[in-house]
Design a protein. Structure first.
Length: 342
């Protein structure tokens, strides 16, 4: 959701609307703009994923400072993880001064004094969440901020943030947006505790995020017919037994979950305007099924109809989002039936 485009405002109003938009997505602080009123340019956007907010800004130079005066003002105890995407930021907190170059992450505890600025044109993406949601003590957050790049999870979180921004409009409107936010929060918690190198917090946080990382990895490789428990376990440095145990603890069956995800993808492909002219065999193979017979058998067991019956019946149905059915396709069912468990 776009918060601000200074081109939509008269020049004399741009400084005030810029400050208002920035503060609406942060905590009370002093905002100073580098350029005069006629040269200020900026665009800001914000998306919500449950308890997590993604905020982006691209603008001419500015400086934001939060000192003891502003700490007395009411504001939620928040943490921000930002990725500098252009320009070089200057960040100061707890006596440390650092440059934040393009491609680098910065962790900011918004409950204590800090200052951040860039000159010229710059841009950044920031994930913001409350301390209550992050569920880590301040000493872990502040220790993690000092050593963020030392964590082996640094690049993974950076890539995740880039992907989240690239599809933010679609993902934030998806029914799974809140669950995506929960998974992202777990990744942030793991990154911070890993960087802090404080074992009492690092172990549980890393374990909590592992299932989310495995699910994300598996979704990305669903179309590969060679996807297996051995491969998934090896990619995450755990045993196959530990992998199955992790899924069981999360109330999931690995094989069943993969089949369900593949079936949902194939179900949509059968009737998509972009792929409905492709053969059922081609779609089956593209979604990781070894043979058309195996695909048809699984599809009918899950949905109560064959892939061909589903494709032929689909033009008679409305284009509404999928609804839960269970055994066959009827004229009052606007979407694919729900996948059965088992």
């Amino acid at each position: 959701m776009e918060l601000l485009d200074t081109n939509d405002h008269d020049a004399e109003l741009r400084i005030e609307v810029f400050r208002a938009a920035l503060l609406s997505s942060s905590v009370p602080s002093l905002v100073t703009l580098e350029d005069n009123v006629h040269r200020v340019q900026g665009r800001m956007s914000r998306w919500e994923f449950g308890s997590l907010m993604l905020f982006t800004s691209r603008s001419t130079g500015w400086r934001v400072a939060r000192d003891a005066r502003f700490l007395r003002l009411e504001g939620p105890p928040m943490v921000s993880l930002a990725l500098q995407t252009s320009g070089t930021g200057r960040f100061g907190q707890l006596g440390r001064q650092s440059l934040v170059r393009p491609g680098e992450l910065m962790l900011n505890d918004l409950t204590i004094p800090y200052e951040f600025a860039w000159s010229g044109t710059g841009s950044a993406y920031a994930l913001q969440l409350s301390y209550d949601v992050l569920d880590l003590p301040p000493e872990v957050v502040r220790r993690g901020a000092e050593r963020l790049a030392a964590s082996p999870m640094y690049d993974m979180v950076r890539s995740h943030l880039l992907r989240l921004h690239a599809d933010a409009d679609v993902l934030s409107a998806d029914p799974g947006a809140e669950a995506l936010g929960t998974g992202t929060i777990a990744l942030l918690r793991a990154l911070i505790t890993s960087a802090a190198d404080m074992d009492a917090w690092a172990r549980p946080a890393a374990a909590e995020s592992l299932l989310h990382r495995i699910l994300a990895y598996t979704r990305a490789h669903l179309r590969d017919p060679g996807l297996s428990a051995d491969r998934i376990a090896s990619a995450h440095g755990i045993s196959v037994r530990a992998l199955y145990g992790l899924f069981a603890k999360g109330g999931l069956s690995l094989e069943q979950w993969i089949i369900e995800q593949r079936l949902e993808g194939a179900c949509a492909a059968l009737v998509s305007p972009h792929t409905r002219t492709r053969t059922i065999e081609h779609i089956a193979h593209s979604w990781g099924f070894s043979t058309p017979n195996h695909f048809t058998r699984r599809f009918k067991a899950a949905y109560g109809v064959t892939p061909r019956q589903w494709r032929e019946a689909r033009p008679l149905l409305s284009a509404d989002p999928p609804s839960a059915a269970g055994s066959g396709v009827r004229g009052d069912e606007p979407g694919p039936p729900a996948t059965r468990s088992g």
